[in-house]
Design a binder for this molecule. Structure first.
Ligand SMILES: [Zn+2]
Length: 248
């Protein structure tokens, strides 16, 4: 199983990174998890324009899904003819949200995407066993656990601390966890994690490696976020970068 970070900027694109998008591959199958602003560019740079067999959108905030709109052009108007419909696993309302953002005169996008509504539970996508559960964010949002041949990648999506995330990340080899906020300031509740909170969850879940993502670098500090995470988790920690690949 291979994880490639396409975009990891929190909340809005940064100077050096698109918003959230992660490509997970196994047995030749390519699952794109989130498709945030700017990440279609990164998909071409680090994988390929058509290098997607299924999409999972953890929630419908712009920085996690907006390039699913621009990608309609790629699939529908390909010079060689329309590409096969892609399965999209997403919260309820994804079709209408994508259609509305795609055009000022919304039209159906069912020719490009086949939608499957997410609900807490376990189901297969390609070779992966996928478990999703609701996490603590203002809109319907799912944390993700991906298993393939006893290897596990867990992803927080956007969330404040919650027990569901500890369960999803339990024993994960790689735990891709958001760390949007810094400690010691008045952060809005039920929205995001600090580096320390990401570290605490990693410790409670007993993960192998903590990958910090979704930092809002324009407003925060990578060094401080890293130190906060280190104060709460003894294992290896990395702040992810676009193009970073992890094999497991
Ligand atoms: Zn969000």
């Amino acid at each position: 199983m291979r994880l490639t970070v396409l975009g990891c900027a929190g909340s809005f694109p940064g100077p050096d990174s698109a918003c959230s998008a992660y490509l997970v591959e196994a047995d030749g199958f390519r699952l794109l998890i989130d498709f945030g602003s700017g990440s279609l560019s990164a998909l071409q740079r680090y994988a390929g324009l058509h290098a997607v067999d299924a999409i999972l959108l953890t929630h419908l905030h712009c920085d996690h899904m907006l390039d699913a709109c621009t990608y309609i052009v790629v699939r529908r108007y390909a010079p060689q003819g329309p590409l096969p419909s892609l399965p999209v696993y997403a919260p309820a309302g994804a079709h209408d949200r994508i259609a509305a953002a795609y055009s000022s005169e919304p039209e159906a996008v069912d020719d490009v995407y086949t939608f499957y509504g997410l609900q807490p539970g376990t189901f297969p996508i390609g070779p992966f066993t996928v478990t999703v559960d609701r996490v603590n964010h203002p809109v319907e949002t799912y944390g993700v656990r991906l298993e393939w041949q006893k290897r596990v990648v867990a992803y927080s999506s956007d969330t404040a601390p919650c027990d569901a995330l500890i369960r999803l990340a339990h024993g994960a080899d790689l735990f891709l966890c958001e760390a949007s906020y810094l400690d010691g300031v008045e952060n809005p509740p039920d929205l995001h994690l600090t580096g320390r909170e990401a570290g605490e969850i990693a410790t409670k879940a007993g993960v192998g490696k903590l990958l910090l993502t979704h930092l809002v670098t324009a407003w925060g500090s990578e060094a401080t976020t890293f130190e906060e995470a280190e104060s709460a988790f003894d294992g290896p920690i990395e702040i992810v970068r676009p193009g970073a690949r992890y094999e497991l």
